[in-house]
Design a binder for this molecule. Structure first.
Ligand code: BGP
Length: 458
């Protein structure tokens, strides 16, 4: 079967991890600008000189060079996010910041000039800091209106130029890191779940708006996907795995079915949480998405008795004794990608889009390049499993590898955790020329794209 004609090959990024220029052209501070240690560390008082994100890889000024490199690899699609705080610096203004829109005009026009389809995330782990500080982030229902205003503005502005949109990056990770929803202080579960509800309603409402602005718009939700395997065949472990998976399924279920699943309502009941859900909310939630996108890096095990938690993509889990791990302890499991693709397709029957996958590793620049065979092998093995899933009959729209150009890590705010096909000369201490270099994987990916997957080795 193989990869279909028109399969969208490309790469993925997020505004706060590549752009830099954190205060340029009227941009307001975003929540990410005050997380110099990355998302897993507590928030600091304000921007600090050691916050690599403030300059990041300076995509803000170097986008032309970077997009030319993406085009050289043959990218069909490029995933970027629009920083909400560039368009609405405080988040609650009525009118957008024209200079912010102008930046994305330049970027999107550049992509289109290279025949690269833009795939835009509306909120990639960020919101204007003002909305977090003054309103309590997504715990506040008013955020729905602010987000709608932001979304409507960009849908209209980029109408005819951007067709693929994602509403919230890895929306399920809010359960574990409420800061991602602008909840700056420790909060009770009630506030957290109310914030989840507000995000889900907001996602559904902007899905409706996107279709009203342009019926050809395609809106996806975005889920942090991580297969949960039972640590042993003990049925209690099997249930523990399903119970943990429900935390992720909830978000896809609401986005694809338009109502809350029973297992989620039970969890709320048992935790004594009563959500404020209006009749209008229930109607709004029925605006389901056109496709489901997800990130995939690793799988974990779950157990009814073993409480060990290994490192991982924000959530982590019980380590799998059969798998090797990356330098950051993320366990490598290509078959898990086929499993997730089959599972999501069976469950939701919506086209799937793999919008993040890749290997974070320490690279060594030698003679102007990096011999990153480990990355090639990781990606080859995962893409082979995508091919298997396609043969299983799963509808997959495309694949955007994470951090196609080296960028600042989300969890740890390091530069040295590199994912790219393109090496960026910048170090954890902020030193470096920011010059770009093609890695070995650059040429490898170019061949994969040109051959539409035929050069992958099973
Ligand atoms: C995902 C996020 C990305 C990202 C990636 C890799 O969860 O959506 O923003 O950075 O993980 O994570 P890290 O940068 O921590 O290695």
């Amino acid at each position: 079967m193989g990869f279909p004609e028109g399969f969208l090959w490309g790469g993925a990024t997020a505004a706060n991890q590549i752009e830099g220029a954190y205060a340029e052209d009227g941009k307001g501070l975003s929540v990410q600008d005050v997380l110099p240690g990355g998302v897993v560390k507590p928030a600091s008082a304000g921007p600090t000189p050691d916050n690599l994100k403030l300059e990041a890889i300076d995509f803000y000024h170097r986008y032309q060079e970077d997009i030319a490199l993406f085009a050289e690899m043959g990218f069909k699609v490029f995933r970027l996010s629009i920083a909400w705080s560039r368009i609405f610096p405080r988040g609650d203004e009525a009118e957008p910041n024209a200079a912010g829109l102008a930046f994305y005009d330049r970027v999107i026009d550049e992509l289109l000039a290279h025949n690269i389809v833009p795939l835009v995330t509306l909120s990639h782990y960020e919101l204007p800091l003002h909305l977090a500080q003054e309103y309590g982030g997504w715990t506040n229902r008013k955020l729905i209106g602010f987000y709608e205003n932001f979304a409507r503005t960009v849908f209209k502005h980029f109408q005819g130029r951007v067709q693929y949109w994602l509403t919230f990056n890895e929306i399920n990770s809010i359960l574990h890191f409420p800061i991602l929803a602008g909840i700056m202080n420790a909060t009770d579960k009630q506030g957290l779940y109310q914030a989840i509800h507000h995000e889900l309603v907001a996602s559904a409402r902007v899905t409706k708006i996107a279709h009203e602005v342009d019926a050809t718009n395609k809106i996806g939700c975005m889920i942090l996907a991580m297969p949960r395997y039972p640590l042993t065949p003990n049925p209690d472990d099997v249930w523990a795995a399903l119970d943990a998976a429900h935390d992720d399924f909830t978000f896809g279920d609401v986005h694809c079915r338009g109502t809350y699943p029973g297992y989620f309502l039970r969890k709320l009941r048992e935790a004594g949480i009563e959500l404020d859900i209006t009749e209008q909310d229930r109607i709004d939630l029925r605006n389901t998405v056109d496709f489901v996108s997800f990130s995939y890096y690793m799988s974990v095990c779950e157990s009814a008795t073993d409480t060990t938690r290994g490192p991982g993509n924000l959530i982590g889990g019980v380590p799998n004794p059969t798998l090797a791990a990356s330098q950051w302890g993320w366990q490598i499991d290509p078959v898990g990608l086929r499993i997730i693709l089959n599972e999501y397709w069976d469950r939701w029957q919506k086209p799937l889009f793999i919008v993040e996958n890749g290997l974070g590793a320490r690279d060594e620049l030698v003679d102007g390049t990096v011999a990153d065979d480990y990355r090639i092998s990781y990606m080859n093995d995962h893409l082979v499993q995508v091919g298997e899933a396609l043969s299983d009959g799963v509808a997959v729209l495309g694949y955007t590898s994470w951090g196609c150009i080296d960028l600042v890590s989300m969890s740890t705010a390091e530069m040295s955790k590199r994912y790219g096909f393109i090496y960026v000369d910048r170090n954890d201490d902020g030193s470096g020329t920011l010059q770009r270099y093609r890695k070995k994987s650059f040429y490898w990916y170019k061949d994969v794209i040109t051959s539409n997957g035929a050069t992958l080795t099973p």
